[in-house]
Design a protein around this ligand. Structure first.
Ligand SMILES: NC(=O)c1ccc[n+]([C@@H]2O[C@H](COP(=O)([O-])OP(=O)(O)OC[C@H]3O[C@@H](n4cnc5c(N)ncnc54)[C@H](O)[C@@H]3O)[C@@H](O)[C@H]2O)c1
Ligand SMILES: [Zn+2]
Length: 385
């Protein structure tokens, strides 16, 4: 037997630009992020909801690129695409987009600029990663959640065979441009949804940020600009810190601390037929795991109370009826979320629980009776309030 081994290292620079009015004629951010010595093609995807809420945006984008056509050539007017979870629920949008990219001769040196919420960005990222094995993807996230969390990460995914995020790739974007102004037209529910990921990353990584959010709960609920900008900025710093220094950017290991609250969260999204948003589901998932950790003696009651209280102050329900659904065998349906989560990660089950703020432990099994006791507590609490 013989073997040849070489280590291959691929370095990525993640760049997240912060700006407002990215397509105003004199705003150079997009130009700075994309333009270099070679003229390049640009294909823009624009989420329908945003195009409707901002009828002028399409023309602004066209004007922006027309004055820079010698460097960045828009190959067609922005393509309107549907967003939200339905966009992720079938492969049709991906195949349509691949056809469009092919028709316009978009190659590995061209840009796919995607402007939309986390769901559309997931679809665009999947498309960009597979066309020619990887185009230059530029994300302009348009929701709190995607500016703070999903848009600055390295993952993209589609739902398939009834399961959340079953398909996907790891593919870092060429650049991310966070234009705070784009959040202006977002419905309150979707503005709030992203706060759940902020609470999540504060819980697992940054006790001071958690305390700041407690202080800022009032302004955050009122969607105060300064409070939201600070939240997004800190989340981006923490997410990039995790990717750059966590040692496992492409999640080869089973432990995924940033998936705190997500095993139950993903299951709740599915059980609700996506009536519950990702952020809302993660909020309930965290409430469940915080209560579980407290019942297991891992987390002190005071810290558990603070976390549930912050989630409530931010306007999140901590219970959904779907937590009480039964599957065909009469078992609580939520419990099958654990095995599905294990399969999604691969290998051994590994769930992040809190032992304090910014203190985590990985557990490799959870007691079903205690999970249901935690569900019972959340239910009782919801009925009282
Ligand atoms: N890839 C990752 O690492 C990762 C991480 C977290 C979440 N996600 C995924 O992100 C998705 C959730 O993202 P989201 O919270 O951004 O929700 P979303 O993309 O579903 O958008 C929420 C709603 O807001 C609309 N919308 C988007 N931007 C708008 C704007 N500026 N004005 C008006 N309406 C607008 C959308 O059409 C949609 O109806 C989920 O599918 C989740 O699984 C991915
Ligand atoms: Zn999430």
């Amino acid at each position: 037997m013989s073997i040849i081994r070489r280590t291959i290292q691929v370095a990525w620079e993640l760049r997240v630009f912060f700006t407002e009015h990215a397509f105003a004629p004199d705003n150079t951010t997009v130009n700075d992020a994309l333009a270099d010595a070679t003229p390049r093609k640009v294909f823009v995807l624009l989420e329908d909801s945003l195009a409707q809420a901002r009828p002028d945006l399409e023309h602004q984008i066209q004007n922006y690129f027309s004055t820079r056509a010698h460097q960045l050539r828009l190959v067609r007017p922005p393509l309107f695409v549907c967003g939200g979870e339905p966009a992720k629920n079938s492969i049709t949008l991906v195949t349509d987009l691949l056809g469009q990219l092919h028709r316009h001769h978009i190659d590995r040196q061209s840009y796919l600029v995607a402007i939309g919420g986390g769901a559309l960005l997931d679809v665009a990222g999947f498309t960009a990663a597979t066309a020619h094995r990887g185009l230059r993807l530029v994300r302009l996230p348009t929701t709190t959640l995607s500016q703070a969390d999903s848009g600055v990460g390295v993952k993209n995914s589609l739902n398939a065979f009834g399961h959340k995020n079953l398909l996907g790739t790891f593919a870092p974007p060429f650049a991310v441009i966070n234009d705070f102004n784009l959040l202006g037209t977002l419905p309150s529910r979707d503005k709030r949804s992203g706060y759940a990921e902020a609470v999540k990353i504060a819980c697992v990584r940054d006790a001071r940020f958690f305390a700041e959010m407690e202080q800022a709960a009032g302004p955050l609920v009122a969607f105060d600009d300064a409070a939201m900008k600070h939240l997004i900025h800190r989340c981006v710093e923490l997410n990039l810190e995790h990717l750059a220094t966590g040692g496992d950017p492409f999640e080869a290991a089973s432990a995924r601390p940033l998936d705190f609250g997500h095993w139950a969260g993903h299951k709740l999204e599915e059980l609700s037929g996506f009536r519950i948003t990702h952020g809302e589901a993660v909020a309930i998932g965290m409430a469940l795991d915080v209560t579980y950790a407290r019942l297991a003696g891992l987390l002190d009651p005071g810290t558990a109370h603070r976390i549930l209280q912050l989630l409530q102050q931010l306007g999140f329900p901590l219970f959904a009826d779907e937590l009480l659904n039964s599957d065909d065998d009469g078992q609580p349906a939520i419990l099958s979320g654990l095995e599905e989560f294990r399969e999604h990660l691969g290998g051994q089950l590994s769930v992040t629980l809190l032992t304090g703020l910014a203190r985590t432990v990985q557990v490799h099994e959870m007691d079903p009776a205690r999970i249901m006791a935690a569900v019972g507590e959340l239910h009782h609490h919801a009925e009282k309030s």
